[in-house]
Design a protein around this ligand. Structure first.
Ligand SMILES: Cc1ncc(COP(=O)(O)O)c(C=O)c1O
Length: 473
């Protein structure tokens, strides 16, 4: 493609992008396609001869876009929304154009140095203590895996990397029963053994119970295990629980355990000081993960991973083949040693664009508006006799279910709510996901898409009520 053609196509695509965002509300939120429907439209072999961009774009519009679930739709309330703000999109275009692979300082000094500086901005934005040093990972799952690896190595004087796990007594780790599945996955990948992951019960607010954590640690020590790590969650995925860092941190210090804090979703709220109650006790954390790619206006993927002792992370992950050695290695940061992949995308640029374009004020407004909308929705749900609010919004996540008046069994309630969510999502008007709380199937409503305004939440609530009340009992 010559430069003139590239320019022409790029302009056409930017027009498409702007129109897409402007008209996104006219699309069904969740892709209304059946399994295999997209595959059936794609030839089984690649073309022998190159095709025109016009043809490719036409197929993109006809085949791909109808199969996309529109995460930027203002009525997207599923999972946790993942913001793709315009400045972030623009930064991604620049990165895609330059195509740098940012594994060593030398392979793009600006990428490394910007990453260091932007993570320091982020630490300050979130009110995190001095001394936490940041790195960008692709996802929270990766950050948690890397933290648990560093914790494992630190607990075993870096012997496990050398001799393998069999040389030590069982290493045990602890998280709440509401912790994200990425913890269990990290345990699998690290070969720790799922039997050595202790799931600590939560209280009525879905927070880990520190007394039960203490009991579990003591039981394990008595049984000859080697407790090494606790994962505390700030903002659990299903239920918006916040584990109490002060008593958990004290236990970690007492028993020399690594404290990893998973604030993947809720952490973005730290930009507004009134939500910093959740990090009371953070000074005892060894690592913390926050996903700007969820609620901080930054395109997927971008995870901020802060560590207190980066040398532990680097020691656990560093490998020095000849072909990666550089002359100034001692003077610079080579982020390849801070994570799993060698090649790294230039993710700091979009974060830099976002922080500069919106500023602290703009980011705080974005967070506060959503929290307010969630509180208003919580009030509306509570005002209805035939709905039950199971998780009120501490930030922007609510769980509730339809509970028609009269004598209806739990089993029937579960099946009605299942039908409700299916009808809602099939309608294309909204997209919600579900969870179960003490075996009660409920709707999980997460506010956080950049374009979501009061009217969208109100409309979604009207649709939910109407759909629920029209279901045959
Ligand atoms: C609390 C929590 N931790 C971790 C994750 C995993 O995030 P990622 O997709 O970045 O790995 C999620 C995802 O929603 C989450 O809610």
């Amino acid at each position: 493609m010559d430069n003139a053609e590239f320019k022409k196509q790029a302009h056409l695509m930017v027009d498409w992008m702007a129109d897409y965002l402007e008209n996104i509300e006219n699309r069904p939120v969740r892709a209304p396609v059946k399994p295999g429907e997209i595959t059936a439209q794609i030839p089984i072999s690649p073309p022998q001869h190159g095709e025109s961009m016009a043809r490719i774009m036409n197929d993109f519009c006809q085949i791909v876009v109808p199969g996309i679930t529109h995460w930027q739709h203002p009525s997207f309330f599923a999972y946790f929304p993942a913001n793709a703000s315009p400045p972030s999109i623009l930064a991604e275009m620049l990165v895609a154009t330059m195509g740098p692979v940012c594994m060593l300082w030398q392979t793009s000094p600006a990428a490394t140095e910007l990453e260091t500086q932007v993570l320091e901005w982020l630490r300050e934005l979130f009110g995190l203590p001095l001394g936490l040093v940041g790195v960008i990972q692709d996802t929270a799952s990766t950050a948690t895996l890397c933290s648990l690896l560093a914790a494992r190595e630190s607990a075993t004087a870096h012997r496990t990397n050398q001799y393998g796990l069999k040389t030590v007594s069982p290493l045990t780790l602890y998280c709440s029963a509401e912790a994200h599945s990425s913890v269990a996955k990290a345990v699998k990948i690290l070969g720790l053994g799922s039997d050595n992951l202790r799931s600590i019960p939560v209280d009525s607010q879905f927070a880990m119970q520190p007394d039960l954590l203490k009991d579990a640690i003591q039981r394990d020590i008595a049984a000859g295990c080697r407790p090494f790590c606790v994962v505390a969650t700030l903002g659990t995925t299903s239920t918006s629980g916040f584990d109490p860092l002060v008593p958990i941190g004290d236990l970690c210090r007492q028993h020399d355990l690594w404290l990893h804090v998973d604030a993947a979703w809720a952490g973005s709220a730290l930009a507004a000081p009134e939500f910093r109650w959740m990090i009371n006790g953070i000074s005892k954390a060894d690592s913390i993960v926050i996903n700007p790619h969820k609620w901080l206006l930054t395109n997927f993927d971008c995870t901020a991973h802060f560590v207190r002792h980066p040398e532990e992370l680097v020691k656990a992950l560093s490998i020095q083949p000849e072909y990666l050695k550089t002359t100034n290695q001692q003077l610079v940061t080579d982020y390849r040693d801070w994570g799993i992949p060698l090649g790294r995308r230039f993710r700091a640029l979009k974060l830099w664009f976002v922080l500069r374009y919106y500023g602290i004020e703009g980011i705080q407004k974005h967070i506060r508006v959503h929290v307010k909308l969630a509180q208003e929705l919580g009030d509306l749900i509570e005002a209805e006799e035939d709905f039950q609010l199971l998780v009120p919004p501490t930030l922007t996540l609510l769980c509730f279910r339809y509970r028609p008046t009269g004598n209806v069994s739990e089993q029937t309630l579960n099946s009605i709510n299942q039908q409700l969510i299916e009808s809602l999502n099939d309608s294309g008007e909204v997209y919600l996901t579900h969870t179960r709380i003490q075996d009660q199937f409920c709707l999980r409503f997460a506010i956080g898409a950049q374009r979501t305004e009061r009217q969208h939440v109100r409309q979604a609530w009207a649709t939910i009520k109407e759909t629920a009340r029209s279901l045959p009992l």
